[in-house]
Write a protein that binds this ligand. Structure first.
Ligand SMILES: Nc1nc2c(c(=O)[nH]1)N[C@H]1C(S)=C(S)[C@@H](COP(=O)(O)OP(=O)(O)OC[C@H]3O[C@@H](n4cnc5c(=O)[nH]c(N)nc54)[C@H](O)[C@@H]3O)O[C@H]1N2
Ligand SMILES: Nc1nc2c(c(=O)[nH]1)N[C@H]1C(S)=C(S)[C@@H](COP(=O)(O)OP(=O)(O)OC[C@H]3O[C@@H](n4cnc5c(=O)[nH]c(N)nc54)[C@H](O)[C@@H]3O)O[C@H]1N2
Ligand SMILES: [Mo]
Length: 782
């Protein structure tokens, strides 16, 4: 293969094996796989002890996903899933990397490892610094690290030359203190992982229902009529959601799954937390599976609406909730008029789903009142994602199915505290009301100009408008699109600094100087001045809960994120009006000021200590839809059908997660439910497409994208024949982020449209690496 590794994206095949696709998720193999991870990290006892505290009252919040815990009853067998255990094993590991390790391994050497290998190295243990032109990270004291970052920040022409990224694990307390520092420093440049995740959902919901969050509670799943799951893979990414779906089904709910792939977790389920699940047969989960084409969802939703209106015509008053429409909505007449322009045939064709299946879906919804619609990245990462969410809302409005028990919208959030981050004002577009409040409470003038989101930040780096990137968690390089372009942009910065638990590729593609600040993870004991601290997080359904770590940290040179933010503030701000030391000494003090600054947190310190925490107010949940434009009414939204044309040799590609990764953290090389073992560089294709293009399953290919008249290449993938609609393909992120143009974004939310990437597929050529190098050089020196 190539002599010199590509540091941004090393290409190495690991030895693909195929196994049959799974028709159900969880059960014994899941339990086995989970425990194996704890053994592999060498921590069976430490890990198991921690598992009994995970998601339990008085325990710690699992750092994997944002799915809520039951309000009252929690299973004594454990409130965790296979992937929660993997997340725990990943951070509870006692493997560690020390200064000695960095002395022995240059940045260049480390960049040759793949992401899986980098993750296996273990936890970071002390602050590290890479001087300009340096080849090896070297130790630095905490004080010196803060001084260095502060001197960079204070040398800028304007605070807007720095950006402060946040990933979604950071607690409410750390997030609040961090954004307060950034705003007193003087910028709203706070790109965050939401800009790649559920920004689209907030953008659709805020102006329509008055709040950018979901409206359902966990109990709503237990007592409802129909649950639609669109573009979301719960078996892998929110496995505990399967228990809620199972419970709903037992109580009579029907499930409709909309997905180009027949995901195991949508098709069936064996509950590992129940004896019957461990030994019994998997139950069928989805009652109806609609194999939509990538981006065919808008046509599918409109087809269902067309059929609902048709059924209402046949039995007036039975299908459409006229009373709700009259009382709570605006724009109904214009909304129904559009259907004169559509036929079922063309909508079915555009969606890829048969008319018979669409009719069955409409029948399942038509005579029911309580409907929940859930969605994930399959929708939010589409160019018309905002419109599609508004279209889902249109269906719920027709049915009067929102703002009442057992009904509503459910964007299934990703990171375990991504929703809390936003509540804490980690946001490049804070509202004036939020900033006014901050000004009243603290007495400084927070900046009003909106800051850069992720995509705008990358472009600003390329244009030389940003000089410093500070990251609270996450893996900015690997999570973002257009890897070659983004890497070149990052290399132009004067300083890159990260607060991290583990090493990742982001630390190896750096600015002129670089600093890594190691921190505690959620499961670690967090003791400040002899007192054990609790933090809090907000889950996908707006419940704020405490979390208390319990594992002895791998190093006594780790400090928590709140203290890092406070010490950075003290080092940087010359005339601060905030008492940072008070926050650094106790999270209770932080919570007191959150209470003063952010609505819904009355008696925060008291209520966060109550069993199960507390719900934040959510007017839409109670049927009050308060927007500036429509008063207490929800608008029906008029949307259009997307236009997509693919040339004969073009395919649509969605990038997705395997069962063995958490975003850019690679737990293993398998994707068990999809029948893939020991390989990540694969592309799922329809059998007919493989044949038409003259390929065979197992062939090695290179992938190309030509957006903005630029060539992008992801070399060396293996074709897998898979049940996926024709002309559609699926690959794994982050390997194929290199193909996603930074300009391929979702309308209005400006998120990368990483599930809508036009690609060409060609037979693998050994000469391809030379071409990749040329493209990289062109980026770096352009
Ligand atoms: N174990 C684990 N848990 C996680 C994560 C993880 O990486 N690992 N990540 C966390 C994060 S941050 C997030 S945001 C969530 C993500 O969780 P999900 O929202 O489930 O994200 P993905 O796996 O990227 O994709 C979801 C689904 O979209 C489908 N899809 C692709 N294109 C389309 C389309 O055009 N239409 C429709 N209807 N479907 C489509 C794919 O087949 C896939 O099943 O999970 C969170 N939880
Ligand atoms: N092509 C494509 N790209 C995508 C997506 C996709 O579906 N397709 N999904 C997008 C989505 S939904 C998201 S949310 C983003 C994710 O983007 P990020 O949130 O930036 O990425 P992660 O991989 O979750 O971050 C992992 C790193 O976080 C650090 N870390 C872990 N725990 C902690 C902690 O407790 N504290 C601190 N300080 N650091 C910690 C570790 O160093 C680890 O390496 O990626 C996006 N990118
Ligand atoms: Mo996410």
């Amino acid at each position: 293969m190539q002599e010199k590794p590509n540091p941004e994206n090393p290409y190495k095949l690991t030895g693909l094996k195929l196994t049959p696709l799974k028709k159900w998720a969880a059960g014994i193999p899941a339990v086995k796989a989970a425990l194996a991870d704890l053994f592999e990290q060498g921590i069976p006892l430490r890990g198991t002890k921690a598992l009994f505290k995970m998601n339990q009252f008085g325990g710690f919040d699992c750092s994997s996903c944002a799915w809520p815990d039951p309000d009252d009853d929690r299973s004594p067998l454990g409130e965790y899933c296979e992937n929660g255990v993997k997340a725990l094993a990943e951070e509870a590991t006692t493997k560690k990397i020390t200064a000695e390790f960095f002395k022995d391994n240059s940045v260049y050497d480390l960049a040759r490892l793949n992401d899986y290998e980098i993750g296996r190295l273990g936890r970071l243990t002390e602050p590290m610094y890479l001087p300009e032109g340096g080849t090896h990270y070297q130790p630095i004291t905490w004080d010196d690290a803060f001084k260095k970052i502060a001197s960079h920040l204070n040398a800028l022409n304007s605070p807007d030359e720095a950006a402060f990224y946040t990933s979604g694990r950071t607690s409410n307390e750390a997030s609040f203190v961090y954004q307060l520092f950034v705003r007193e420093y003087g910028t709203n440049n706070m790109p965050d992982c939401s800009n790649m995740c559920h920004e689209t959902s907030g953008t659709a919901l805020r102006p329509t229902i008055g709040i950018g969050k979901g409206t359902v509670k966990l109990e709503d799943f237990y007592d409802t009529d129909v649950i639609m799951i669109i573009g979301q893979n719960p078996g892998t990414n929110a496995p505990r959601m399967l228990s809620a779906l199972e419970k709903g089904k037992r109580n009579g709910a029907k499930i409709i799954a909309v997905n180009p792939l027949p995901e195991a977790g949508l098709m069936g389920f064996r509950n590992p937390q129940e004896i019957s699940g461990v030994i019994g047969h998997g139950g069928k989960l989805a009652d109806l599976y609609l194999p939509v084409k990538i981006n065919g969802d808008m046509a599918l939703l409109k087809a269902i609406e067309l059929l609902l209106l048709d059924l209402e015509g046949k039995s007036p008053g039975q299908v459409i909730d006229r009373e709700f429409i009259e009382e709570k909505t605006v724009g109904y007449d214009a909304f129904i008029r559009q259907f004169e322009n559509y036929t079922l045939e063309e909508l079915a064709e555009a969606s890829g789903v048969s008319q018979a299946d669409l009719y069955e879906a409409a029948q399942m919804l038509a005579y029911k009142k309580r409907i929940i619609i859930c969605w994930g990245m399959g929708i939010t990462q589409q160019p018309n994602g905002v419109d599609m969410i508004k279209e889902m809302l249109n269906i719920l409005l027709l049915k009067g199915s929102i703002g009442k028990p057992g009904a509503g919208v459910c964007p299934v959030r990703g990171h375990s505290n991504v929703q809390g981050n936003r509540t804490m004002m980690i946001n490049e577009k804070p509202t004036n009301a939020q900033l006014d409040r901050m000004q009243q409470v603290f007495g400084f003038n927070p900046p009003r100009k909106h800051g850069y989101d992720v995509v705008r930040a990358i472009k600003a780096m390329q244009e030389g408008k940003l000089k410093v990137l500070f990251c609270m968690g996450g893996n900015f390089l690997s999570a973002t699109p257009d890897t070659t372009y983004t890497a070149a942009a990052i290399r132009k910065l004067n300083l890159t600094a990260w607060v991290s638990t583990k090493l990742n590729r982001g630390h190896l593609i750096h600015g002129k100087e670089a600093i890594i600040l190691p921190t505690l993870s959620r499961s670690d004991l967090d003791i400040v001045n002899g007192e054990l601290q609790i933090i809090s997080t907000e889950n996908s359904m707006g419940v704020v809960q405490s979390s208390k770590g319990m594992l002895t940290p791998v190093s006594d040179n780790l400090i928590n994120e709140t203290q890092i933010a406070c010490r950075l503030a003290i080092a940087t701000l010359r005339n601060t009006v905030v008492n940072w030391q008070r926050y650094a000494d106790s999270y209770d003090a932080v919570r007191d000021d959150i209470e003063r600054c952010i609505p819904g947190f009355e008696d925060y310190n008291k209520r966060v200590r109550e069993k199960g925490g507390f719900y934040l107010p959510n007017a839409a949940r109670d049927g009050n839809f308060i927007t500036e434009e429509f008063g207490n009414h929800v608008p029906f939204t008029l949307t259009g059908l997307p236009e997509t044309s693919l040339a004969d040799d073009e395919y649509m590609m969605a990038t997705t997660r395997t069962h063995d990764q958490f975003n850019t953290t690679i737990y293993g090389l398998d994707d068990r439910y999809r029948g893939v073992k020991n390989e990540r560089r694969v592309i799922f294709m329809n059998e007919k497409d493989i044949e038409k293009a003259g390929f065979k399953a197992g062939d090695k290919v290179d992938l190309f994208n030509y957006d903005d008249n630029k060539e992008r290449i992801a070399p060396l993938f293996i074709i897998i024949a898979y049940p996926i609609p024709e002309k559609n393909t699926v690959t794994y992120f982050p390997e194929t982020n290199v193909l996603v143009s930074v300009n391929n974004v979702v309308k209005e939310s400006n998120m990368p449209a990483s599930k809508y990437v036009k690609i060409k597929i060609r037979k693998h050529s050994p000469g391809i690496y030379e071409r990749v190098k040329e493209l990289e050089a062109a980026q770096t020196f352009s």
